[in-house]
Write a protein of this length. Structure first.
Length: 234
């Protein structure tokens, strides 16, 4: 059972979302009040949900600030940001903090359910908006890190990165490469350690920058028209 905590100060929305998610297979959803934040953090540490769904606009604390605290104090909880905001800069900042997906409140509810299932399997669920923000985040951070050098990956590691981009699970990657699941987990962790990043998103951003993720791997509806340093936007 996937334990989900909904953190949103709009009570009617929260109740409706809880009822909807609770009707889905293998999802147990609860609502947590965002204020006071000390109580919220204590409840999250006590309940230990797998996923927190966090609204970005709350009266006493923005979702960005709350997500930063969550990543510091309960880093094992995966975060899905949920908002009406469609500003790429804002979403880029959330990606840098370490969210696992971004769902617009204007999206089909099924997208949120798919995101929950994917994130629970340690995947990154990419909507079109999240994918576009990931590209922009990659470009924005180019030249800021990696010590002016490049971390080189072998063909097997590049293949794993490409399969991660295609939202494959460790089990699916292991089957395709004829390796054990623990071997895939170990390789992923070693790649992140070599890059000095903590999340799969950090690994994918670096791969986008170096054009390890090939054009054939881009979703058909991705707003990418040409390639500048591996990426350009139409």
């Amino acid at each position: 059972m996937i334990k989900v905590s909904i953190i949103d100060d709009h009570k009617l929305f929260g109740i409706c979302l809880k009822d909807y998610l609770s009707k889905q297979a293998n999802i147990n959803a609860v609502i947590l009040e965002p204020d006071p934040v000390e109580w919220l953090l204590a409840e999250l540490k006590n309940q230990k949900p797998h996923i927190a769904i966090v609204d970005l606009f709350m009266p006493k604390m923005t979702g960005d600030m709350l997500i930063r605290q969550l990543k510091q104090e309960v880093p094992e909880i995966k975060v899905i940001a949920l908002s009406m905001c469609n500003e790429l800069d804002r979403i880029c900042s959330l990606i840098d903090i370490g969210i696992h997906s971004y769902i617009s409140k204007a999206d089909d509810p099924e997208n949120l359910v798919k995101a929950i299932y994917a994130v629970s399997e340690n995947k990154i669920y990419r909507t079109r908006l999240f994918t576009e923000a990931l590209y922009w985040s990659t470009l924005r951070n180019t030249g800021r890190n990696n010590n002016n050098g490049q971390v080189l990956f072998n063909d097997r590691e590049k293949k794993i990165i490409q399969l991660l981009w295609l939202e494959k699970s460790n089990k699916e990657i292991a089957a395709e490469l004829f390796l054990g699941i623990r071997s895939i987990e170990k390789i992923r962790q070693e790649m992140k350690e070599r890059l000095g990043v903590k999340t799969t998103i950090g690994l994918l951003k670096y791969a986008l920058h170096l054009n390890i993720i090939q054009e054939s791997n881009f979703p058909e509806d991705t707003p990418v028209k040409n390639a500048v340093g591996g990426l350009q936007f139409g």
